[in-house]
Each structure stands twice: as structure tokens, then as C-alpha cells.
Design a protein around this ligand. Sequence first.
Ligand code: FMN
Length: 190
Amino acid sequence: MYNLKIITSTVRPGRKGPIIASWIKELAEQTGNFKAEVLDLGEINLPLMNEAVHPILQQYEHEHTKKWSATINEADAFIFVTAEYDYSYPAPLKNALEYLVHEWAYKPAGIVSYSLGPFAGVRALANLKADLLSLKVVSLAESVSIPSLNQFIGEDASFTPNEILHKAADGMLIQLNRWTKGLASIKADV
Ligand SMILES: Cc1cc2nc3c(=O)[nH]c(=O)nc-3n(C[C@H](O)[C@H](O)[C@H](O)COP(=O)(O)O)c2cc1C
């Protein structure tokens, strides 16, 4: 089984990210291919990147960075669950990415985007994909994009996807397994 880290993007009180993250976690675990963990950036609470030395050197000074490094190092694959803030992905996720370099590399990532509006967070997804490239994260062609988010969230904060979202998630998880397997040999060779 591959170690999958599902990373949310938002930190505001009442954020919806963890609701979606727990849905995709359950689906990932049902495949039997992944041992998944949700990393809620609102709980992890990283300060704005405050390491003195460039992360490529891995000379981490702060305990929060050492912990974040160890957590991301464990991962074989990622799913980023991103909201759309002002047509892009939220700053806490950018900050969390900036803390590390090597820990991200040669690992695949699926993206689940969501927004209140009809565009399903696809502008956040596109910007995130571009930034992942510089960290050598291989982001998949397959993704899940959730439009008008509130239509899928009940009063009890449960998430009820429609058939389209379910199929997209299944397709993304199949590809995530395939790419995790493929990239493992590159990662082992570094
Ligand atoms: C600062 C901010 C900016 C937002 N910008 C957008 C946007 O550009 N497009 C959109 O469809 N929704 C936008 N929204 C609505 C969010 O998609 C919606 O609130 C979503 O639930 C945010 O994710 P979160 O609940 O995990 O914080 C924005 C919300 C906030 C708080």
C-alpha cells in the first residue's frame, strides 16, 4: 500500500476543505491501494515561511519545519484539496509548499478543486499545477472539480457527491496508483 497524504488548502474557521478531504480519503482507502492521511493546514498551522536558509539545503531551524519535512517525506503520493480564493489557490497552501523542496519531488499528485461559484475551482487547479512543476511533483491529467460546492454539503456537514464527481474521483485514483508505482523507481534512483 502506498502512503497517501491528502493536503487541504484553507485555514479559516468553518473551512470546507476537510469535509471534501475526508470524502476523497474514504474513496482512496476503498481502492485498497493507499494508506491515507488528511493533513489539514488549519490544524497544522504553519507560520509564514520563516526559515533563514533555502529549503533546498534542508538545514531546518524550526521544529514546525522539521515536523512538516518528516510528514511530507513519508508520502508516496499526494492529493491536494484546494479551494479557489481570488481565482487561484489559497495562500496557506502556497506557504506549505514553499517550506520544502526535495520532500515533494518525484511524487504524483491528484487535485480536487472546489468553489462556491460555477467554475469549480479550475483556476485554482491550473495555478497549483503550474507551481507543482517547479517542485517536481507530477500532477495528473485527471482531477476532480466541484462546482457550487454548497449543493453537495448537507446541514450535518456531510458531503454527497453526484455521479459525475464520483466517476472523476475513481478515475483519478486509478491514475494516481499507476503513477505512484511508476515514479517509485525514479524516486529510488535519486
Ligand atoms: C478570500 C476568499 C476568496 C474567494 N474567491 C473565490 C473565487 O475566486 N471564486 C469562487 O468561485 N469562490 C471564491 N470564494 C468562495 C470559496 O470558493 C468558498 O468560500 C469555499 O468554501 C472556500 O473554501 P474553504 O471553505 O475551505 O475556505 C472565495 C472565498 C474566500 C474566503
